[in-house]
Design a protein around this ligand. Sequence first.
Ligand code: ZN
Length: 419
Amino acid sequence: MTGPDARGRCVANRLPAASRRHTTGVTIDTPVNLREVGRLRVLEALHAAPRISRPELVRVTGLSRATVSSLVADLITVGLVTEEAHREGAEVPAARRTGRPAQTLSLVPSAGYAIGADIGHQHVRVILSDLFGTVLWEHWVAKDVDRAPGETLDLVAVLVGRALQEAGVDRERVLGIGAGIASPVEKGSGELGAEGIMPGWVGLHLTDELRGRTGLPVRVTNDANAGALAELMYGAGRQVDDMVYIRLSAGIGAGIVSNGRLLLGARGLAGEIGHLPLVTDGLICRCGNRGCLETVASPVAIARLLSQSWGRQIAARDLLALIKQRNTGALRAVRDAGDAVGRALAALVTLLNPRLVVVGGDLAAAGEDLLEPLRAGIGRHTLPSAARGIEIVTGGLGAGAEVRGAAGLVLSAAPQLLA
Ligand SMILES: [Zn+2]
């Protein structure tokens, strides 16, 4: 979306939603207000660059100097933008290398806040972050989520209230809640495709449920997409346009970034790699199919294999401790899981040709014991030219990836929400 036409359409399409929230008397039928278009362009430019000079802002927005000056004055008056002397390390425009110090403009971090909520199979995590994604408040609760949607959603609402109270943030300043959930989420309707995945949540509209409980606008995606977004915004994928993020937790899913954008598919269900068939005549998966990746490579599946092999109960949470102790049986089981994940990823690598694969979720803590067979699995089942140069790493954000990406859903739309 770099051509002027594409950009112009994009801006015009976004205007009505932004107008509804922050101005009076502007409705979806009002002709495009050029000043509002300009304000949005300035906010988008400030959102894209942490600090920017006025001449640069004129160049990036394509607006006149006078218009930029007037819009910036308004934004400073309402507390969205601040201007300060040039900081060490930032590039100084050539025209400013002599004379008085250059000034740079930036968004005010406290101009808006986002809530992130990560709803897994066995936990709820909520954060409050400022406009720059800095986490100001965080809380994690163990919870048996799959069959208790009402209780879980009530818990999220309580945590949202606590976050605002304890961080001293006014609800009016919150741009919205981003929620990532361990279930497929239908694009558009936001309905959960939770059949077999989260039995109590089938057909629920998470957006409506959370908005009803908190009074805040809500955006929803599945947890693997949230993790991918977080790695793209804050982690290993910051400079990367083509990436696959795979989450290896109680569920297995992938978030796919292609050409800098999350690839969602026609109904938002792309990336369900956990349900690729891996084993002929394997175990029946909770999705109803047979031999899915999730039945052999999730921490639960590995723990089940060890339990059967050793004749005593091993819980998924014990697995990392066993690996740390260099238990040979646990290591073998994790390496076999890595090989299975590598074979499944080989299909994605062949189809999508990513530059980076980021491994997240609980099992990522196994590190090289997991990554080495995973890399080998990709290498063995992919065209040599597609496998060459691909980087395969564990995520940089650990267990906090999904919740930060969930908040990132809101923050990535901050210019439209603030305009
Ligand atoms: Zn399955």
